[in-house]
Design a protein around this ligand. Structure first.
Ligand code: CP
Length: 319
């Protein structure tokens, strides 16, 4: 196993070989997750803090399940009920957690750069579980892993990312991952939900959904992030839904066997119709299953990789 990273902050830090190492490791854990007895003690005695100051169902639960399946102890800290509410800073909260000697801290925070900030002050592994608009690397990894279970290669594939690109850390991380693996990427969004810098990304830009869907192999549909939007970006939800809401009929334009992904939580009837969300072409629940295996892989590689590096530097010191 060639693995040199102590932290997972964004997809840009990973090369194609790193991503494929995560997929291969996840595949092993995916098989274990389907056994009657799912626990393996690879991280027995290790401690993982889940420090989520923004809401989460999928990411937090799957990191918790992932850590426990590997035999680690997991501890949760949320904004509500913690001293963050009394105004304690991110640095002081991080230092306080570190004084309890965790092996990894998984952090979700509304501030872009929060995870990277912790790496400058703490010495345990830091995993970014979503920071502002910036990055959500394990979401992109689980999306890529889900597709890798269907595809031998990404190099002959076109993936459409649809919706609220401006506010989406999932879109930014997926663009980085898909580009690294060699897929062609299309973006489709209203002009008000597409950032100006998208012109410089390795993507083809569309504003018309029918045209964007033509021939694509997968569509990653994004949640309309109303909590991050300022007023006036959309005429109305109905108008957005009429022009950009994805339905089964759009798959008629796509490649045969095209699939639909969504990071969740979904706004049924806004960015996706209920009949498509529940259709065979939808991979939404496969993504959730993949998330546990991918997060097991990430925790295992980061924590055991760090231990291996420490052993190597200890040996060098002795010689
Ligand atoms: N996809 C995702 O990050 O979902 P949660 O916000 O529920 O964790």
């Amino acid at each position: 196993m060639e693995w040199t990273h102590q932290h997972l902050l964004c997809i840009d830090q990973l090369c194609a070989r790193d991503i494929l190492t995560i997929f291969d490791t996840a595949r092993h854990f995916d098989e274990i997750n389907r056994r009657p007895v799912k626990k393996i003690p690879l991280l027995k005695g290790k401690s993982i803090v889940l420090f989520f100051s923004e809401p989460s169902t999928r990411t937090k639960t799957s990191f918790d399940v992932a850590g426990k399946r590997l035999g680690a102890d997991t501890f949760s800290l949320a904004k509500s009920g913690s001293s963050l509410q009394k105004g304690e800073s991110l640095k002081d909260t991080g230092l306080t957690l570190q004084a309890m000697h965790p092996d990894a801290i998984v952090i979700r925070d509304s501030r872009s750069g929060a995870a990277e900030f912790l790496t400058r002050h703490l010495n345990c592994s830091i995993v970014n579980a979503g920071d502002g608009w910036h990055a959500h690397p394990t979401q992109a990894l689980l999306d890529g892993y889900t597709l890798s279970n269907l595809w031998d290669t990404f190099q002959d594939k076109t993936v459409l990312i649809l919706g609220d690109i401006t506010h989406s850390r999932v879109a930014r991380s997926n663009i980085s991952l898909l580009h690294t693996l060699g897929a062609k990427i299309r973006l489709c969004a209203p002009r008000t939900l597409l950032p100006r810098e998208a012109e410089h990304w390795p993507v083809e830009i569309f504003h018309d959904l029918q045209a964007a869907c033509k021939g694509v192999h997968a569509i990653i549909n994004l949640r309309l992030q109303q909590e991050r939007q300022t007023a006036g970006l959309l005429p109305s939800l109905d108008e957005y839904s009429r022009r950009y809401g994805l339905d089964l009929t759009h798959l008629e334009q796509a490649a045969p066997d095209a699939r639909v992904l969504h990071p969740g939580p979904i706004n049924r009837g806004v960015e996706i119709t209920p009949r498509l969300a529940d259709a065979k072409a939808s991979l939404i629940l496969n993504q959730v299953s993949s998330g546990v295996a991918v997060r097991m892989a990430v925790l295992h590689l980061l924590i055991m990789g760090k231990e291996k590096q420490q052993k190597i530097s200890g040996e060098k010191h002795v010689h």
